[in-house]
Write a protein of this length. Structure first.
Lengths: 258, 174
């Protein structure tokens, strides 16, 4: 084997791409040729250095959530009324209009907002929450303040909204805090606290309200679950694509910290 | 073959999503662009899943991601001519003596990553597919759509360029 042949094969040797007999021939040459052996050593070291330095990126949760959301979405022309799952507690009549709103929400949140505004009360709020949740899954929209420390997240809202949101730390219970943001829901600025559970994003909305309600309201649409938590003096909603059972667990933990 | 698109995603795509995202990050440099392109690529992959002939879903997915990166880049080229994916010019300020203070302070890893980012895209992609995605030459040849000999020579050139930049100039073969 000539030095040129040997050097031409070095990359393939290092990458384990040579057949056994070819590899043996190259190694025989390396054993007898200092110059080629030096090149080989250099290539091996360089490759190791490169592998050590290059970073593998982990697909972010929000990307997975966005893909799942896209796949869970029915074809735009097929808008199916939601009646597959009965609410677990509290009877909710979940009109098919919400399903339509959800489909529209994905295409244009602005359009949804005006659409939702024409409707009244809780339905409109649910549409807005769903649109807000889906929008939050788009890149760069999840948090205005990104921190897993409630002592960073809570003060961030000072002076930005007219209330101080509850930001409990639930990491040890499997719901790490991601951060917070401000959204516009029901005609006002609303603080949103963001948690995750595995690959799922959980948005917690709360704003002051005079409505007295001791009833939990739950609804699902297109793979998203919306739960209204009865809190005195507040309208609190929790929205996620997390399964209903785990989301209810989260609601209990979250409400228990109030 | 799983039935619903959601199941297809979980079973065929999810195991390779980090690989797909890593490739997109190295080809596009921007995390938000990479997210957009990977999402688009995954939805395409699932829409055209009948084109998947079984076997290793990874090379199949990476092929789609790579193509989407190039398509994305073509359509955004005007906006970002300065970080062009096809920017082959003015690579490598090879002389480390000209490095400024910031570069001197930068760690070895940062220098290497910066050097990889500056590789021309056709060299960068084979390097990432080999070193990070750990594909074989045959698989890289399929993903990139060039003969195996070309894969080998690009990989060799990529490593030579990096070695030169990182102050470990390899002597040319021959």
């Amino acid at each position: 084997m000539t030095c040129k042949e040997c050097l031409d094969s070095l990359n393939a040797l290092v990458d384990g791409e040579l057949a056994a007999d070819e590899a043996a021939a190259v190694r025989d040459h390396l054993a007898t040729c200092d110059e080629c052996a030096e090149q080989h050593t250099r290539l091996v070291e360089g490759t190791m250095r490169l592998k050590g330095a290059l970073m593998r990126y982990e697909a972010p949760d929000v990307l997975k959530a966005r893909i799942r959301a896209s796949l869970a979405r029915p074809e735009p022309e097929v808008v199916e009324p939601i009646r597959r799952r009965l609410p677990f507690f509290g009877a909710v009549n979940w009109p098919s209009a919400i399903a339509a709103a959800a489909a529209v929400a994905v295409l244009s949140s602005a359009a949804t907002l005006s659409f939702a505004n024409r409707k009244s009360g809780a339905d409109a709020i649910q549409s807005e929450l769903l649109a807000s949740h889906i929008r939050s899954l788009m890149p760069g929209h999840l948090t205005d303040v990104a921190s897993n420390d409630q002592h960073n997240v809570k003060p961030w809202f000072n002076g930005r909204v007219d209330m101080s949101p509850n930001v409990p730390r639930l990491d040890s219970l499997g719901f790490p805090l991601v951060g917070g943001r401000i959204d516009y829901i029901n005609g006002r600025s609303v603080p949103v606290i963001v948690y995750t559970r595995r690959q799922h994003v959980i948005n917690v909305y709360a704003w002051p309200s005079n409505t007295v309600s001791d009833k939990t309201v739950a609804a699902s649409s297109h793979g998203y679950n919306l739960i209204r938590v009865p809190v005195n003096g507040e309208e609190m909603w929790i929205v996620s694509d997390l399964n209903r059972n785990e989301l209810e667990g989260f609601v209990r933990l979250f409400a228990g910290t109030k | 073959m799983p039935n619903t698109q959601a199941e297809q995603f979980e079973q065929l795509v999810m195991p390779h999503l980090n690989d797909a995202y890593t490739l997109a990050r190295y080809l596009l440099h921007d995390e938000h662009d990479a997210q957009d392109v990977v999402q688009d690529a995954v939805l395409r992959a699932i829409r055209h899943i009948h084109g998947f002939r079984g076997g290793d879903g990874r090379a199949w997915l990476l092929t789609i991601v790579r193509n989407c990166c190039y398509t994305w880049h073509k359509s955004h080229k005007r906006d970002r001519s300065n970080v062009s994916l096809s920017d082959d010019s003015a690579l490598m300020v090879a002389d480390s003596s000209s490095a400024d203070d910031a570069t001197i302070r930068a760690s070895d890893s940062e220098l290497i990553r910066a050097a990889v980012d500056k590789l021309p895209p056709e060299l960068r992609e084979v390097l990432v597919l080999r070193e990070l995605n750990e594909l074989s030459y045959r698989e890289i040849s399929d993903v990139v759509g060039v003969p195996m000999g070309t894969v080998m020579s690009r990989l060799s050139r990529a490593r030579e360029k990096l070695a030169a930049v990182l102050g470990e100039g390899t002597r040319k073969a021959g």
